[in-house]
Design a protein. Structure first.
Lengths: 306, 306
C-alpha cells in the first residue's frame, strides 16, 4: 500500500471509530467535509515516511500520529477560513465549512477536530500490547503535537502573530507553518522509537520552504494548484516573504531550504528515496516553469512600460 | 490550603510554566483574561474533592486534571460568547474576550486553551517518579477529558445540538453541561487510582442540576450571581428546562437531582463532608429565597391581571 492510500485508510478508520451515531448530524457532516477529500496530506506523509525509514515497529502508532497531525491541520484551516480571519469561500476546490454549513458549526468543527486529534492518539492506549515504552512514545507524541499547535510557538500562536502590530517575519512563519512540519517529522521518529532531534531540521526547513512556496504562489497565481483564491496575503496585509525578499529572492530562499531539507536527512536505509520525495514535492510546491513564465511576462510588462 | 486556594495556585503555576515569553503578547493577555479571575471553578473543585476523598497519592496529578478541566470550560465560554453564538459582551463581570481584544484573538484563545489543557496534563509525563501505573492514569484522564469535550457526546457536541432543528432536550443538556461534570468526578477518581465508574452518577446529576439551575436563573434573573445577562435562552430560542417543565417543575427537578447527587456519593472517609458541600452548592446555584420571591411576585401579577 502506498503512503497516500495508507493515510486515507487510517483517516477513515478513525472517523468511523470515534464519531458514533450520537454525534449531532450537522457537526458530523461538517467534520467530514473539513477532512475529506483531503489536500496533499503533506504532514501525515512526512510523519509516515520518517517512521518507515526509521524502521517502524508499530504501524498503528505511526498512523495515529499521521491522522492526528492532519486533523490539527484541517482544524486550523476551518478556523482560518472563518469571516473574522480570511472570510474564504473556497478551500481545496470546495466550499469552506462556514460557507457550506454556518459560522457556529465551523467554530465547533475546528474545536471538535482538535480534540479528535488527541482521541485518535489515545485510542492506541487501550491496545493490550502497549508496553511501558510504547506508552512513553504515545505521551511524547501528544506532547510534540501540542507544541506544534498551541502556545507559545505552535500554529495557533503563528496565527496570533498576525494580530500584532510588530512582527518578526521568520518567527511568525516558523510558528504559523514550520511548527506543525517539525512536529510531523518528530512524531514519525518517536512513533518508530527513534530520536526526534535528528529529524527536526528536516521538518523545520520543509515548513519554511512550504510557507515561502505559499507566498510565491500567492503572487504568481495558481488557483488550480492550491485550490484557494490567490492574492490573499496582500489583500489581508499579511506578512509575506515574497514581499520582504522580492519574488526572485523568495525563490532563491525556497531552493536553498529544499537543499537544506534534503541534506538534513540522517543516514538511514531509505535516505535516497526520502530525498527524491523532497525534490519531487518541491516541484509541486513551486513549479519552476510557471514561476519562469510569470517572471518573463512580468519583466516584459516592465520593459514595455519604460 | 483550602480547595479554592489550591486550584488557584495550580492554575497560576501551569500558566507560568507553559506560556513562555515567546507567546504573542495579545494572545497571552487574552488567555489570561479568559481564565483569571475565575468563576466558581466548580469543575476543578469537584475533581479535587473526589480525588481527596478517594485518598489521592499524587496531588500534582489531581491538580493537573483540575486545571485541564477549567481550561476546557474557559475555552468553551470564550467561543460561546463570540458573535456567531451568544454575542455576549459581559462574562464573570468583565468584558468577554472578543469584546476586549478581537474576534480573531477570541477564536485563537479558545483553540490555545483547549491544547493547553492537554499540555498541562502532559507536563506530568516528565516526572521522574512517573510509574507505569501512573502513566496509565494520565492517559485515562486525557481520554475522559476528551470524551467530556469533543464529539460524539462532549460539550462541543452539546453546543452543536443547538444548530439542529430536532433536539432531544435531555441529550442536549447532558452533552452541553453534564459531559464535563461527569468528566470532573471521573478525572478526580482516576487521579487517585480509584474506579471512575463509582463517581459517574455524582458528576452526571450535578451537571444536570447545574444546567437546570442555569435555566431557572435565566428566568428569575440574578445577574449578580452568574455575572452575565439574563433572559438569553429565550432570546436565542435555545432549548430550556424552565420552558419545557415550567418554572416550578424545573425547581422540583433541580432539588431531585441534588438529592440524587448526594445519595450517589460512594462510601468513603469524606462522604459527609462531600454531601454537605453539595447541599451548600445547591443553595448558591438556586437561592431558594430569590426563587420564592420571584414566584410570589409573578403570582401576584397574575392575580392582579385577573
Amino acid at each position: 500500500m502506498d503512503i497516500q492510500a495508507r493515510i486515507q485508510t487510517a483517516m477513515e478508520r478513525h472517523f468511523q471509530q470515534i464519531l458514533a451515531v450520537s454525534t449531532p448530524p450537522t457537526l458530523h457532516a461538517a467534520m467530514k467535509h473539513a477532512v475529506f477529500p483531503g489536500g496533499a496530506r503533506i504532514r501525515p506523509q512526512l510523519c509516515t515516511a520518517v517512521a518507515m525509514v526509521c524502521g517502524e515497529d508499530d504501524p498503528f502508532l505511526t498512523d495515529a500520529g499521521a491522522v492526528a497531525l492532519e486533523l490539527m491541520h484541517c482544524a486550523s484551516l476551518v478556523h482560518d477560513d472563518m469571516p473574522c480571519f480570511d472570510d474564504a469561500q473556497v478551500r481545496r476546490g470546495q466550499t469552506t465549512v462556514h460557507a457550506e454549513f454556518s459560522e457556529p458549526i465551523a467554530l465547533l468543527t475546528g474545536d471538535a477536530l482538535i480534540v479528535m486529534a488527541y482521541q485518535v492518539l489515545l485510542s492506541h492506549r487501550a491496545k493490550h500490547t502497549l508496553s511501558a515504552e510504547h506508552s512513553q512514545r504515545l505521551m511524547e507524541m501528544m506532547h510534540i503535537l501540542s507544541q506544534g499547535v498551541g502556545a507559545p510557538n505552535g500554529i495557533v500562536a503563528g496565527q496570533a502573530w498576525e494580530c500584532e502590530s510588530k512582527v518578526d517575519l521568520w518567527q511568525y512563519q516558523r510558528a504559523k507553518t514550520g511548527a506543525l512540519f517539525s512536529a510531523s517529522t518528530s512524531l514519525g521518529a518517536v512513533a518508530a522509537g527513534a530520536n526526534p532531534a535528528a529529524w527536526f531540521v528536516l521538518g523545520e526547513s520543509l515548513g519554511d520552504a512550504y510557507q515561502i512556496a505559499d507566498d510565491i504562489r500567492d503572487v504568481i497565481g495558481h488557483i488550480d494548484l492550491i485550490g484557494k483564491p490567490v492574492g490573499q496575503d496582500a489583500g489581508h496585509g499579511r506578512p509575506s516573504a515574497a514581499q520582504a525578499l522580492g519574488l526572485e529572492g523568495a525563490n532563491s530562499q525556497f531552493k536553498h531550504l529544499i537543499e537544506t531539507a534534503a541534506k538534513s536527512v540522517p543516514d538511514c536505509v531509505g535516505r535516497d528515496l526520502l530525498r527524491s520525495m523532497i525534490f519531487k514535492e518541491s516541484e509541486r510546491l513551486v513549479p519552476q516553469q510557471a514561476y519562469q513564465a510569470y517572471l518573463n511576462s512580468h519583466q516584459a510588462v516592465q520593459v514595455s512600460m519604460v
